[in-house]
Design a protein around this ligand. Structure first.
Ligand SMILES: Cc1cc2nc3c(=O)[nH]c(=O)nc-3n(C[C@H](O)[C@H](O)[C@H](O)COP(=O)(O)OP(=O)(O)OC[C@H]3O[C@@H](n4cnc5c(N)ncnc54)[C@H](O)[C@@H]3O)c2cc1C
Length: 588
């Protein structure tokens, strides 16, 4: 596996353009920051992730986390030290409120740091990622006392957080969960049930783990409406704030997985464990959604991060490996494979997708910052709406791209990609899960068409498409008629598909078109991002970087965006087109 070189130049460009960092830093909430300080933080994060975290990636894959007979979990060599240094350097605290010990950085900048952490070691990054989600959930829904008890240690990363939703019978259908929470006279609850697939549910990096658990109280209605959320620490915390005796939660097993071997995926058994209610009874899904929305963007970043790392590795290999003679090479010579047009196609496909996904992820983070911190309530509301609309798009498309790009990375390596020594295969194995957890990509597409398209009676999606169209106009004005034409056709097709979906009265027809619609919308929005990047490249002093951005943008607009035309017929085909699968189980 090649070393990880954080793509700081591209990250800075995306922060300046897609995330409008100067605009964010002008918000009163970030008055304590200046551009220089943010830039220094990015440079230091890049150094840290490359030098401290990235070297743990390979050993993490090879050794994995191991459960011991007593139920404890031992992480791979080097993880404890790397995590200690991560906490000491303050990276976990970077985006949080200084009131709780955080660094007060915009979420967009935290996302850039998270991208680098994830590319350095995705399995490792999941632990801080879930902790971030727990912090957000408690900041938003926790009582004052809960915030005082849990946040200081979670913000710094001295303790870590988990998200405990899934049970054997309750996967995508979270409402089917049965874990029970029985109220006690002292105001606490006793939690009993089994949670499966809990990421970093047990480990040796910290002295305590804070589980956020969904469960049902005795009076709960069936389905998601009856769910409440609870804080359940692995070790009970005394009045002095120190972790004491072990709570009633044990790790019964950890899963053997395709990838992210270093991330312990645990079956946790809660047996009369002491928990505290977060928010009101039966308000658990609202609280958990705070955590999940956050986590969905972070999972989108996993696709981005792995795709970028796979690209870096494929590029290095293609420059070294010599095979055949490229069209312009001298007779009798062997060419580096990067000189073959088909290999260049693979590399540009990889890099241009990385740029488009990064732009969508960072733009979503910008909306989250504006929704939290903009002084104007209307701007906050619109920004939240845009973040809500883009989140399933970023999650599903970003993670699909992660898998596809990692797979192309293997293809660039030829047979050496399929064997484990090069590390190219690890990227694909690691990337694969991101399309499954945090709501499968199918569920993201359903969320998009059933909940997000109807927002503000269709005005939210119309605003997004109007922004895409502004990209068409800007390309035309800048004398790029071919690129403008490609983006206009995609825009028109997606706008028509949106209208079609909005008009359907049979839910099955809408659900049948959800996945191709999400992809078509994502590619179109990615095309608008590529258009903006192409035009912004003119202002760069770095001529080589400007050339790279123009190449990526032109490639994406002319060779990827036209795929939208092929996707839309599947959106509007309706459910009848999918009747070819017989749902009747074969009799025994
Ligand atoms: C490595 C790993 C880590 C995880 N970490 C956590 C964690 O930290 N915390 C946690 O709570 N969970 C975690 N999970 C669980 C994860 O979130 C679930 O696996 C995921 O939500 C899917 O649920 P499922 O596996 O039961 O699949 P199912 O729900 O059985 O889905 C199977 C297939 O059916 C489709 N499907 C299901 N329902 C519908 C529907 N209504 N409409 C259309 N299609 C549908 C899905 O899209 C999928 O393709 C983790 C899982 C893994 C593998």
């Amino acid at each position: 596996m090649t070393d990880y070189v954080p793509p700081l130049r591209d990250i800075r460009f995306a922060l300046a353009n897609a995330a409008d960092l100067p605009g964010l830093l002008a918000l009163p909430a970030f008055a304590h920051l200046d551009a220089g300080a943010v830039d220094d933080a990015l440079a230091e994060a890049a150094r840290f992730m490359a030098e401290v975290i990235a070297p743990t990636n390979r050993v993490g894959d090879q050794v994995g986390s191991q459960r011991q007979p007593d139920g404890t979990v031992v992480t791979p060599p080097g993880f404890i030290d790397a995590y200690r240094r991560y906490v000491e350097a303050g990276w976990g605290a970077a985006p949080f409120d200084p009131e709780h010990g955080g660094g007060g950085l915009p979420w967009a900048v935290a996302v850039a740091i998270q991208e680098m952490l994830t590319a350095a070691n995705m399995a490792f990054s999941l632990c801080p990622m879930l902790t971030h989600g727990a912090v957000h959930m408690l900041e938003t829904h926790g009582s004052e006392e809960q915030r005082a008890t849990w946040l200081p240690k979670l913000v710094t990363g001295e303790w870590t957080g988990t998200m405990c939703l899934t049970e054997p019978q309750a996967g995508s259908d979270v409402g089917a969960l049965t874990t029970r929470a029985v109220p006690q006279p002292d105001g606490t609850y006793r939690i009993t049930g089994q949670k499966i697939f809990i990421t970093w549910g047990e480990h040796d990096l910290t002295e305590n783990t804070v589980h956020l658990v969904l469960a049902r109280t005795p009076s709960a209605a069936p389905g998601t409406r009856g769910i409440s959320s609870f804080v359940v620490p692995t070790r009970l915390v005394g009045r002095d704030g120190a972790p004491g005796e072990r709570n009633g939660v044990v790790c019964a097993s950890i899963e053997h997985k395709l990838g992210i071997h270093a991330s312990p995926t645990c079956t946790l058994v809660f047996d009369d464990a002491v928990g505290e209610l977060v928010g009101g009874e039966h308000e658990g899904m609202r609280a958990m959604f705070t955590m999940m929305n956050n986590a969905r963007l972070s999972v989108a970043l996993e696709g981005l991060a792995i795709a970028d790392r796979a690209y870096q590795q494929a590029l290095a290999f293609a420059r070294e490996r010599q095979q055949g003679r490229a069209p312009d090479a001298a007779p009798g010579t062997a060419s580096p494979i990067i000189e073959h047009p088909d290999v260049r196609r693979m590399l540009l496909t990889m890099r241009s997708h990385v740029a488009a996904v990064r732009a969508i992820c960072y733009a979503t983070a910008r909306c989250t910052d504006q929704a939290r911190h903009h002084p104007d309530p209307d701007t906050r509301a619109r920004a939240q709406e845009r973040a809500d609309l883009l989140t399933p798009v970023a999650k599903a498309w970003g993670t699909d791209v992660g898998i596809e790009v990692a797979s192309i990375g293997i293809q660039v390596h030829g047979g050496m990609g399929y064997v484990e020594e090069t590390g190219a295969a690890q990227h694909l194995r690691d990337a694969r899960i991101a399309a499954i957890y945090e709501g499968t990509n199918g569920i993201q597409a359903i969320d998009l068409v059933t909940r997000k398209l109807p927002m503000r009676d269709g005005a939210a999606i119309a605003d997004l498409l109007a922004d895409v169209y502004r990209g068409v106009v800007e390309l035309e004005r800048a004398a790029h008629p071919q690129l403008a034409h490609a983006l206009r056709r995609a825009h028109d097709e997606v706008a028509a598909a949106t209208q079609w979906l909005r008009k359907q009265t049979d839910a099955a027809d809408v659900l049948a078109g959800a996945t191709p619609y999400l992809r078509a919308l994502a590619i179109t929005v990615g095309g608008a991002c590529a258009a903006r990047s192409l035009l912004a490249a003119d202002a760069l002093d770095d001529a080589e970087h400007a050339t790279q951005i123009r190449a990526d943008s032109s490639f994406f607009l002319t060779q990827v965006v036209p795929q939208v035309l092929g996707l839309v017929p599947a959106v509007t085909a309706g459910a009848a087109a999918l009747e070819g699968v017989d749902p009747t189980p074969v009799p025994a």
